[in-house]
Design a protein around this ligand. Sequence first.
Ligand code: PMT
Length: 223
Amino acid sequence: QGPRLLAGKRVVITAGPTREPIDPVRYISNHSSGKMGYALATAAKDAGAEVVLVSGPVSLESPRGVERLSVVTAEDMLKATEEAVGQGCDLFIATAAVADYRPGSLASEKIKKSDETMNLSLVRNPDTLATIASRPDKPFTVGFAAETQDVEHYARDKMARKNLDMIVANDVSQPGLGFNSDQNAVTVFWKTDSRTFPPADKRGLARELLKLIAEQAFPAPSS
Ligand code: PMT
């Protein structure tokens, strides 16, 4: 057991996918399993933090001692996260794979097949991470970036655009890593530096990531 790095801190984490309904039986979503976010929530709890996990639909059990707020859509995720952060938050980590778009209208009945093609009109979803990072009482804010090319360029661009303190980039084009796997490999960028973590089990990686994040977010006062 290391020192309780996050003792007295309140940490809010988003995890998993969102589901955007098309009709009563269909939705748009992605392959996020929630494993990365749940591993971070467990590691933050073990490091002494009070943890709120805002989770899209996943099949994982809630980590013990962590408050879980279950949501379905990107709009639900924003609302639950704003409420959780509004109650006090020192550190916000967004691991969720939020759907960028949702169907513009929700059909009240199951859509029937008719023509050979059909068009679905989509509208932009709100961005939970950018919204939290623009608050006057902004917590230390860490985003994730799922990229398939030019990882550093796109990750640093996202960090600047969304006003983040750190960004954890994973190259999701590598088989066996990232979405819906037990392992991940990431590079973390912040204004002045970066650090690369080789492929590792998400639980071990989460502990290492939290150490680095805590060092940057809550530096020990020099004596
Ligand atoms: O859940 P797992 O199976 O364990 O997989 C983990 C993961 C690959 C999903 C995770 O490591 C990861 O990369 N999460 C971010 C995925 C993503 O959608 O990234 P993005 O580049 O689209 O979004 C950038 C950041 O903005 C993310 O922190 C995301 O949570 C946030 N975001 C994006 C859109 C939106 N509408 N709201 C947001 O909060």
